[in-house]
Design a binder for this molecule. Structure first.
Ligand code: SF4
Length: 462
């Protein structure tokens, strides 16, 4: 049985796409191996969010290329955002590549690899000594990301609802690598979620670059509700699905119907990831983010009215070209005002083919690092205080199985997306919604004990 090795760099979208490719290989009789030197096909799913991510993947591919000496028929391929943006140019960086497949070609990867393997077996590769470069756009490619690999304790799954982004944030490469927005039909997404529920999945995370603008170009509003809210309501109806999450939304997509959905869809968890990027209107304008900081804060307030206790996490870039000390202080003020439950802080990193990379007054690395450390200190102090405040409370936790860092214990997340570690039997508890009394916080992780509820018949006469 042929083997495929697949490594993923980058975001949840890449993870989800890699899983689709892995499942397609499995359906073609391959096994997925964690050992690259043991594989017949070696694939990297690449990321272009920062130059560092690109260099890492190229370095890794050149390291893996050495295995060809042991197995001359090994097939080497790169897919994903860097493959999309660089195409054939990647052959200069990794001359042993046989395949370069773009972000709208995941569903063609297995065919390409099988064709290359056959050519190598028939020793026709030398005649065919021209790698396959497939980075074009393909109608309907967004509908091909729908299958899942069988997993132990597959309790929570990502469901891709759209691909691409039409926004033009000046620091972002995604519109260039993922193309225009293309949404999957609601019915197909619901089918996928129902199928997952039948397999014991209890939580789905709806995935897209700007999920709350899902379907805005393809599907009509119904009763004043956006296609995204129609989708949330449809997934909410699925028995077996106990929790719904979504990522990544955009501030301009937080219309009244989306906020209102948090008042009548209880399966929607008490957490939203809500990228602010900057608290300075001047910087937001240079980023081409079409909202003001005040509007962002107002939406956070609206969310907290609609769902009291909701946790809000965010992404922030410091050191964006032209960001002054005053601008940075605006960002810091916004963080203090919102008191985020979690915030991912990034130092601005210029990306080739993005407008911001060409901007004058790039901020010196030293200043970026100072602001990065200063903001991280503020964010961490808020996160730790909020996590410590969880001690003594009872939280509903979806048990996801053995903890990633301590296999002897279990872990899961609260409705507010906090990780909780506790004891128990994975076979019995994975997929269950449990009440856990929080007894300790390490600042970023909570520890707790399951609350034992007496069996109903034990209550008779109680
Ligand atoms: S909305 Fe997100 S994915 Fe789209 S361009 Fe902006 S940062 Fe990139």
């Amino acid at each position: 049985m042929p083997k495929v090795y697949l490594r993923t760099f980058g975001c949840q979208m890449n993870e989800r796409d890699s899983e689709q490719v892995a499942q397609m290989f499995v359906e073609r009789g391959f096994t997925v191996t964690p050992q690259a030197d043991d594989a017949d096909v070696v694939l990297l799913n690449t990321c272009s969010v920062r130059d560092q991510a690109e260099q890492k993947a190229i370095g890794n591919m050149n390291h893996l290329g050495k295995f060809r000496r042991r197995n001359p028929r090994m097939v080497f391929g790169m897919m994903g955002c860097m493959a999309q943006s660089r195409g054939a140019q990647l052959l200069e960086e990794a001359p042993h590549l046989d395949l370069v497949a773009g972000t709208q070609k995941y569903h063609r990867v297995v065919d390409h690899c099988v064709e290359i393997m056959r050519a190598k077996e028939e020793a026709e590769m030398d005649d065919l000594r021209r790698p396959i470069i497939d980075v074009g756009e393909e109608e309907g490619s967004q509908n091909t990301i729908r299958d899942h690999v069988d997993k132990d304790y597959g309790v929570s799954e990502f469901v891709s609802i759209m691909q691409g982004c039409n926004m033009k944030c000046t620091f972002c490469i995604v519109p260039h690598t993922r193309g225009p927005e293309r949404a999957r039909p609601i019915a197909e997404i619901v089918d996928e979620c129902r199928h997952l529920a039948d397999r014991g999945v209890r939580e789905v995370t709806l995935l897209g670059q700007i999920v709350n603008l899902y379907g805005r170009h393809e599907f009509p509003k119904v009763d004043g509700k956006s296609p995204f809210v129609q989708l949330l309501e449809a997934v909410h109806e699925i028995e077996g699905i106990r929790r719904i999450r979504f990522t990544s939304p955009h501030p301009i997509g937080y219309k009244e119907d989306v906020v209102a959905a948090f008042t009548y869809l209880p399966k929607l968890v008490d957490h939203v990831h809500f990228p602010m990027q900057s608290g300075s209107d001047r910087v937001l304008k240079r980023m081409h983010r079409p909202y003001k900081a005040a509007r962002f804060l107002e939406i956070c307030e609206r969310m907290r009215e609609a769902r009291p206790g909701i946790a809000i996490s965010t992404d922030i870039i410091v050191g964006f070209p032209g960001e002054t000390d005053e601008d940075y202080l605006e960002t810091k003020k916004a963080v203090e005002a919102v008191q985020f439950d979690q915030a991912f802080v990034f130092r601005y990193s210029p990306r080739k083919d993005t407008p911001a990379a060409e901007m004058e007054d790039q901020v010196p690395e030293r200043v970026k690092e100072e602001r990065n450390q200063d903001l991280l200190a503020l964010v961490d102090s808020i996160v730790e205080r909020k996590n410590h405040a969880q001690v003594g409370t009872v939280q509903e936790v979806l048990c996801e199985g053995p903890s990633r860092y301590n296999k002897a214990r279990l872990s899961g997340r609260t409705r507010t997306n906090r990780i909780v570690v506790f004891d128990g039997d994975p076979g019995r508890l994975a997929g269950e919604l449990l009440d856990i009394r929080i007894v300790e916080s390490s600042g970023h992780t909570l520890y707790g004990d399951p609350v034992l509820h007496p069996a109903p018949d034990a209550l008779v006469g109680a």
